[in-house]
Write a protein that binds this ligand. Structure first.
Ligand code: CTP
Ligand code: ZN
Length: 160
């Protein structure tokens, strides 16, 4: 008789489950969402667990939390494979894949110091155009700077 190890993590009653996150990215996502645990939200973070689709994946379960459209853009940048599940009264009432929009406003900082979006006293929201989805590549609409790969993670402005 085989003793299959099972992963037991509570279902949540109301909130959001971010599933199919590439293995190892859960902490980056929580970071850029500005969630550190001191909000008092009940959160389960599963890292490097088995996945049929991805081999290994991370999952984040946040009780009592809905994500904003900006939050979803940030998740799409870090984890293009992620699925967002909205849970109500223990049931999955909504499930969708994150999708990067063609224009991303106000989420990333431009790495070019002379870019207008970095001028002191000016409050110009950054605007990046998606020029490649996989791997993610974005171009600043103001100065033409192109950012890609790990650089993207570093340029996401930490919010809240
Ligand atoms: N989940 C949860 N609490 C609930 C319902 C679901 O934490 N009350 C979690 C599940 O553990 C799973 C995710 O939300 O990680 C999606 O649930 P479900 O759609 O039931 O799972 P799958 O069919 O395996 O999802 P998929 O087809 O997207 O892989
Ligand atoms: Zn720029």
């Amino acid at each position: 008789m085989s003793e299959e190890p099972t992963l037991v993590v509570s279902k949540i009653r109301n909130g959001t489950v971010i599933d199919h996150i590439p293995a190892g990215k859960a902490m980056d996502i929580l970071n850029v969402l500005g969630i550190n645990g001191r909000e008092g939200l009940r959160i389960a973070i599963l890292m490097n667990v088995e996945s049929k689709k991805l081999g290994r994946k991370d999952i984040i379960k946040i009780e009592g939390k809905r994500l904003s459209p900006e939050d979803l853009n940030v998740i799409a940048l870090l984890a293009p494979s992620a699925t967002i599940n909205i849970i109500e009264d223990f049931a999955v009432v909504e499930k969708h894949k994150v999708l990067l929009p063609n224009i991303i406003v106000g989420v990333l900082k431009c790495p070019n110091p002379t870019c207008i979006t970095n001028k002191r006293g000016e409050f110009v929201k950054t605007r990046f155009r998606l020029i490649s989805r996989d791997p993610v590549k974005l171009q600043c609409e103001y100065c033409g700077n192109v950012v890609s790969g790990d650089e993207v993670t570093k340029l996401i402005a930490k919010r809240r």
